[in-house]
Ligand binder design. Structure first.
Ligand SMILES: NC(=O)c1ccc[n+]([C@@H]2O[C@H](COP(=O)([O-])OP(=O)(O)OC[C@H]3O[C@@H](n4cnc5c(N)ncnc54)[C@H](OP(=O)(O)O)[C@@H]3O)[C@@H](O)[C@H]2O)c1
Length: 293
């Protein structure tokens, strides 16, 4: 069945990957919106867009994602991540739409030493994680049918991210300090976008869903390992030096361990998840500048 799908935050990393993918996916009708046209905190605007396009599925890629800035810009972080989620949940209810919402590994405090499962108790350390957790909770309270997908360490060809920062600094510097004691898994936003499309193509509109899932690429990495792989795979000679978080103070506290257990999404939706290094190689190949003749 052809769905009318609203993608919010469509100019961000994940939203842009969904836009790229939608061009190759004629079976669904996508509608892409971002600021300033569609602010997810405005019920009137979201309601209008849902009504205009007869929306069946909302994919919420909009978020306040500046983890450090959120510590001082608390009000905006909560307004977007908590209150915006509530608005989308209310509109999903009013329009009988499925809400696919993205959340984060930063809802966990990192004290686990085994990959986090969906029902492990969230104890976010910073404002970003707290605001995202409260957004999840609003959706659980309001939306009759929702899929919350927590992901981690997102990167893409679009927008600003760790991979692009490493490529820039790796070309400028001979050495680079990168934290080695924060462990997680990078996620290529194009892989996550493909998983979301798979879910939308296979969900049953007559069912109500109330599920939380985890999705990252396969495998485990520290930011240090991630940086080393970026240098190796892109042929940069910059030497990456492992440092502890204490030697590299950041404004927001971050979990030391946030590997996500992905069994549920793999089992329920049969999504194939690539190994993080393979996906990274794919992205680097895609953005590699053409060789000058
Ligand atoms: N990035 C990561 O490493 C990471 C990790 C784990 C989970 N996630 C989650 O994954 C999802 C997608 O992340 P992403 O990296 O694609 O985010 P992103 O690149 O920061 O994109 C978010 C988009 O939402 C827009 N936006 C902000 N406030 C809005 C509002 N009030 N109404 C409508 N749009 C608004 C942003 O616009 P402006 O740029 O103009 O503000 C931006 O275009 C988010 O839910 C995020 O929390 C991300």
């Amino acid at each position: 069945m052809k769905m009318n799908i609203l993608v919010t935050g469509s100019k961000g990393q994940l939203g842009s990957e969904l836009q790229e993918l939608s061009a190759r996916c004629g079976s669904q009708q996508f509608f892409f919106y971002d600021l300033p046209e569609l602010d997810i905190t405005s019920h009137d605007l979201v309601d209008h867009v849902c009504r205009e396009h007869g929306i069946n599925v909302i994919v919420n890629c909009a978020a306040y994602t500046a983890v450090d800035k959120a510590e001082t810009d608390v009000e905006t972080a909560y307004r977007v991540n908590r209150d915006g989620s509530a608005v989308l949940a209310a509109c999903a209810k009013e329009h009988h739409a499925l809400l696919v919402h993205l959340s984060t590994d930063y809802v966990f405090n990192g004290e686990s030493c085994t990959p986090y499962r969906e029902n492990d108790p969230p104890t976010p350390l910073g404002v970003y994680g707290k605001s995202k957790w409260e957004g999840e909770e609003r959706i659980r309270q309001i939306a009759p049918s929702y899929l919350i997908i927590r992901t981690s360490w997102l990167y893409s060809a679009y927008g600003a991210n760790f991979v692009k920062t490493m490529l820039r600094l790796g070309a400028e510097r001979e050495t680079l300090n990168v934290v080695v004691d924060q462990i997680g898994t990078p996620t290529y936003a194009a892989d996550l976008a493909a998983a979301i499309v798979t879910i939308i193509e296979n969900y049953d509109p007559d069912n109500q869903y109330k599920e939380t899932y985890h999705y990252s690429n396969e495998g485990v990495s520290s930011w240090y390992d991630f940086a080393v792989a970026i240098m190796e795979l892109s042929g940069l000679s910059c030497r990456v030096v492992p440092v502890e978080s204490a030697q590299y103070p950041q404004i927001a506290p971050r979990p030391h361990f946030s590997v996500l257990n992905k069994s549920a999404i793999k089992q329920d939706w049969r999504v194939e998840i690539p190994y993080w290094r393979d996906s990274l190689a794919g992205l680097l190949e895609k953005i590699r500048p053409p060789v000058q003749e």
